[in-house]
Every structure is written in C-alpha cells, then in structure tokens.
Design a protein around this ligand. Structure first.
Ligand code: FES
Length: 107
C-alpha cells in the first residue's frame, strides 16, 4: 500500500472534513465524533464538484455518514455507498493514524 502522510490529527477536529489531493486522487478526510477516521472521494458524483469534505458528518442508524453540502445526498463513510441512491458511490481509501499523524493509502 502507498501510505501518504496527510496531516497532524489535531488539524482535523471531530465531525470535520479536510480535502487533500493525494497522488492525483481528490480525497476527503473525516474524523467522526467517536474519533474514527475515514477517507472517501472528494468529488460529489451528483454534481461533479469537489465538495464532499465540506459535507455534514453524521450517522444513519449507526452507520457513519457524510451528507453532500450541495444536494444533501447521504453517503456511508465506511463503504462510500450513497444511502439515497443505490447507483451512486464514492471511492473509499484506507486511512490510519500513526502516532499523531493521519495517513491515507491510495492505489
Ligand atoms: S457545486 Fe455542485 S452544483 Fe455547484
């Protein structure tokens, strides 16, 4: 795996998202209230704009989610699946924390 260091954990408060361009992959990095980290594609498949990092972090029936800031569709942060449209999905990327640095793996 191609792990890339992204930022110090402190830069990413809970329920917050950060955009990152990692080896040409537009990624949205999120930290949930429970301190879990997720990385999904930053491009909203419904409008084609790189806005997912500005989405609202939440959960649906215990599944951690992000809602697009544009049209409000909700996506699972675990799988990238759009929970409002079975045909839409965000790519997901492995993410880990080493010491206090957040790292994301891209293909
Ligand atoms: S950014 Fe998606 S419609 Fe304008």
């Amino acid at each position: 795996m191609n792990w890339q260091q992204i930022c110090e954990l402190d830069l990413l408060p809970p329920e917050y998202g950060l955009p990152a361009l990692i080896r040409n992959h537009p990624v949205a990095l999120f930290r949930t209230r429970d301190d879990e980290l997720f990385a999904v594609g930053n491009v909203d498949p419904f409008c084609g704009a790189g806005v997912m990092s500005r989405g609202i972090v939440g959960d649906r029936d215990g599944e951690p989610t992000v809602a697009s800031p544009m049209l409000k569709q909700v996506f699972s942060l675990r799988t990238g699946q759009c929970l409002d449209d079975p045909d839409a999905r965000l790519p997901v990327y492995p993410v880990r924390r080493r010491a206090d640095v957040v790292e994301v793996a891209v293909p």
